[in-house]
Design a protein around this ligand. Structure first.
Ligand SMILES: NC(=O)c1ccc[n+]([C@@H]2O[C@H](COP(=O)([O-])OP(=O)(O)OC[C@H]3O[C@@H](n4cnc5c(N)ncnc54)[C@H](O)[C@@H]3O)[C@@H](O)[C@H]2O)c1
Length: 437
């Protein structure tokens, strides 16, 4: 048996801090409380519902993930966060219209008690929002310090032994890596000088990492995906992960594409369009904010298909992604895909996917899994970018120079093997060598 990692106990309360308490965050919080009360099941959650095979197939050992690794019990989670609107979580959840009022009313008392702290927000980065529940300070460094104060106070007031932070805020405008992101010193100088390349999400990430709080980014914003914050995470022994929750259309893409590739089917074109009507859709209706999302969505197919290695199959692929804001649909997005594929001797075929999904219903279990697994990572002394959590992201953060892995099945193998490794179980490669003997 392999060597077991030393994992600290999950005893005590875990505070889950959420910058952005909109549709995803409120659906996550209300859902966890409903599960705690035995009203609902945590469907879609890898840690709560998923199982992991251990040992040989004949051993018949497949415990649930939550029974295999020491995760925080759902009863020990405390919720907190920030938003530019001051509505409590009950009011925000009713406004989001994701969950039925009848369900929300069963958890109303708990939700009403959770009120967002004042946000660090700047309209220049999210043009379609106008919230007023916002902190004021002279410099970005002062704002980050105010966030650190919030974190400290939250931990003390709620008697938490550990914290994690998961960004559930809006998608910010597209920003490329700049000089102020190069190292910790440059970033801190930029924060003192209000460098425009430092958006609010980066200040939350800085504050979290500075305070030793693991950080995951559920949006495609740069946030912690810059050398300065990766260095800080390594230096402070903090695990981080990102970017952009893998839900809806991109989830389907990373399920289907590995299948076409595995059977050497060609692809000429993939046209994806979406209609959605929630606040996220309104924010993404601005071209600068959409650009951030577009970059995150476009990389997926190319990385899996590797057109340069397979020019006969994928050399001419045309990939287009569109998001259209359409208020009548609210959070109930519809994503259409038209895929032009080719088979034997180049004969063309078409596949149409029409996914009538619920965005936040798909994202909420990911918030839970990330919070629990980042906390596990921290208790296992893992730090820096946690590539094994790429399973949950559209645009997995990797070490500089390494291509991300998008194939959902390879990502699953990686996350399962990481957990086996932490527990000192044999890694499973699915290589049945008995054919040879
Ligand atoms: N729902 C999904 O399936 C999904 C999938 C992938 C990524 N995401 C991303 O997750 C994020 C949240 O999605 P949502 O549907 O909950 O959106 P939402 O608009 O309902 O919620 C976002 C909230 O963040 C708040 N906010 C914005 N900037 C902030 C700041 N600087 N500090 C604090 N709060 C801030 C907004 O006021 C809003 O309440 C978005 O960036 C979205 O692109 C969502």
């Amino acid at each position: 048996m392999a060597k077991k990692a030393k994992i600290k106990s999950a005893k005590g309360k875990l505070g889950v801090l959420l910058p952005g308490m909109g549709s995803v965050a409120t659906t996550f919080i209300a859902g966890v409380i409903a599960v705690r009360k035995g009203i609902s099941q945590p469907i879609g959650s890898y840690t709560q519902m998923g199982r992991i095979r251990l040992g040989k197939r004949t051993d018949a050992r497949s415990p649930k993930i939550k029974e295999f690794v020491p995760l925080t019990n759902l009863n020990d989670i405390v919720f907190g966060g920030w938003d530019v609107y001051k509505d409590n979580v009950y009011k925000a959840a009713v406004h989001a219209k994701v969950l039925d009022k009848s369900l929300l009313d069963q958890v109303k008392d708990e939700l009403k008690l959770i009120k967002p702290m004042k946000a660090v927000f700047d309209k220049n980065y999210v043009k379609r929002l106008d919230g007023t529940h916002v902190k004021k300070a002279k410099t970005k460094m002062d704002l980050a310090k105010a966030l650190m104060e919030d974190i400290k106070k939250f931990k003390k007031t709620n008697g938490c032994s550990r914290l994690v932070m998961v960004w559930c805020g809006s998608t910010e405008i597209y920003i490329e890596e700049a000089a102020c992101h190069k190292n910790i010193k440059a970033l801190e100088k930029g924060m003192r000088e209000n460098d425009e390349n430092i958006p609010p999400s980066m200040l939350y990430a800085y504050a979290a990492i500075k305070m030793g709080v693991p950080y995951a980014n559920g949006a495609p914003n740069l946030s912690a995906d810059v050398p300065a914050l990766v260095q800080l995470a390594k230096k402070n022994g903090v695990p981080i992960g990102g970017k952009d929750f893998k839900t809806g259309q991109t989830l389907m893409k990373t399920i289907l594409t590995p299948g076409f590739k595995a059977r050497s089917l060609g692809i000429n074109g993939w046209f994806s369009t979406n209609i959605l009507g929630n606040r996220d859709g309104a924010v993404l209706d601005d071209p600068d904010n959409f650009k951030t999302k577009e970059v995150s969505k476009l990389g997926v197919i190319e990385q899996i298909l590797k057109p340069k290695e397979n020019p006969e199959l994928y050399g001419n692929i045309y990939h287009k992604v569109r998001i259209n804001y359409y208020p009548p649909r609210g959070d109930n997005k519809e994503g259409w895909d038209n895929i032009d594929i080719t088979g034997w001797l180049g004969y063309p075929m078409q596949i149409k996917v029409d996914f009538l999904c619920r965005d936040s219903i798909l994202a909420a279990p990911i918030v839970l899994d990330l919070a629990l697994l980042l906390d596990l990572a921290s208790r296992s002394n893992l730090s820096g970018i946690q590539e094994w959590l790429g399973f949950f992201f559209k645009s997995p953060q990797t070490k500089k120079g390494l291509p991300p892995q998008h194939d959902l099945f390879k990502q699953l193998m990686k996350i399962n093997n990481t957990l086996r490794y932490l527990k000192g179980e044999e890694l499973i490669t699915h290589l049945g060598m008995d054919y040879y003997y």
